[in-house]
Ligand binder design. Structure first.
Ligand SMILES: *Cc1c(COP(=O)(O)O)cnc(C)c1O
Length: 383
């Protein structure tokens, strides 16, 4: 083949040739810690499963391909991926993170890494002047996240990357909400992409895995060294489950995006809804950036996450507790729809920080059930 294969095809084939030993069509779960050597230091490329494992290697090869990158590195969770990425820095380095960054990332920087002498600052990354001021004050890394959680703010990755590179900062993007199917940050100037594969990449709410992808050889070498040194790796079974999830990522994302768009349309007709946060809405801040930055096969796609505000916390909690198909739960990105109240659940740790989310905010992770059933469920919960 001369053309590079397309996303949908790569998800099913890259890193996943038939098993050379048996012809198995699906990559086997190599549930082994060690590998027998023919003679001292004479082996088949695998010595110990923290360092490398065939199932994990297949996953990493596939993840790199989906990102359009040359290297993929898998971890035991999204937080393990971010923590390992942070270990590429040195004491005294300063990292910029979004003011509405994922709560676990904020906790890692604020409560753990500061103890090791790593400095950080939060900044509204939709405000490029504010970002430039913080970059000028010193920054070794800028870690962006778009769309953000739970307000789904859209950041301009090209503008952020250019600004950060001017001062020599590494640009990392947590792409968990968008997935590589609809947004590939390396194409917009980023150096490394971060995932909680627990969410859309796995897609079935049955695993916890994280990953990093980069085309920077030196950074990749350092990340591999750290992956082996720290050891926060996914086991073979989780790697296998994630490989299985990736095969349907493209079709699932199309269904998530279509379902979310239908739900948003319905929310717009509801008097009780005061505000909708969804990058696909014309007039939503940075909608044009989203339309340019988020797409598949040339078609703009805005993801499966939707947030909306009603007039009070009581009403928001009522809606969250009354849905039946939408499960009341944290996390996101699975085939089943989820509903939650960020103020009292995922973002409770922000209470008293000055960065609280609105009380009447409800977050939806729109699954791939039939949109009519999801709307009927919301309808009865609103009544
Ligand atoms: C869930 C999540 C993480 C953390 O990932 P885990 O797999 O739960 O460790 C990081 N970033 C974002 C945006 C997330 O949604």
């Amino acid at each position: 083949m001369t053309d590079p294969i397309r996303f949908e095809t790569a998800a099913i084939h890259v890193g996943q040739d038939p098993d050379p030993a048996t012809g198995a069509a699906v990559v086997p779960i190599y549930q082994t810690s060690t590998y027998v050597q023919e003679a001292v230091a004479k082996h088949k490329g695998f010595e110990y499963s923290r360092t490398d494992n065939p199932t994990r290697r297949a996953l990493e090869t596939c993840l790199a391909s989906l990102e359009g990158s040359t290297h993929g590195v898998a971890f035991s969770s999204g937080m393990a991926a971010i923590a390992t990425l942070a270990l590429t820095l040195r004491s005294g380095d300063r990292v910029l993170i979004p003011d509405d960054v994922y709560g676990g990332t904020y906790r890692l920087f604020a409560k753990v890494l500061t103890q090791l002498g790593l400095d950080f600052a939060t900044v509204d990354m939709a405000d490029l002047d504010a970002v430039r001021r913080e970059l000028a004050a010193d920054a070794a890394m800028l870690l962006a996240e778009t769309p953000t959680n739970p307000l789904l703010k859209v950041l301009d990755l090209r503008a952020l990357s250019d600004a950060a590179h001017e001062v020599g900062a590494v640009v990392a993007v947590d792409n968990t909400f968008a997935t590589p199917y609809i947004q590939r940050p390396l194409e917009h100037g980023a150096d490394v992409v971060v995932y909680s594969a627990t969410k859309y990449l796995g897609g079935h709410s049955d695993l916890v895995v994280g990953s990093l992808a980069t085309s920077d050889d030196a950074l990749a070498e350092r990340l591999r060294y750290l992956q082996n040194s720290v050891g926060a790796i996914p086991g073979p079974f989780d790697a296998w489950l994630l490989l299985r999830g990736l095969k349907t990522l493209a079709v699932r994302m199309r269904a998530h995006c279509a379902g979310a768009a239908r739900v948003v349309e319905w929310l717009q007709s509801q008097e009780a809804v005061q505000k909708i946060h969804f990058p696909g809405l014309p007039g939503f801040p940075n909608h044009e950036v989203a339309a340019r930055q988020m797409s598949a096969s040339g078609e703009p796609l805005f993801g499966g996450m939707v947030s909306f505000e009603v007039d009070s916390m009581e009403r928001a909690l009522q809606i969250c507790e009354r849905t039946k198909l939408f499960f009341l739960a944290e996390s996101l990105g699975g085939v089943e729809s989820l509903i939650e109240h960020p103020g009292q659940m995922t973002h409770l740790s922000l209470a008293g920080s000055g960065m609280e989310v609105p009380e009447g905010l409800v977050r939806l992770s729109v699954g791939i059930e039939h949109p009519d059933d999801l709307i009927a469920d919301l309808e009865q919960a609103f009544r």
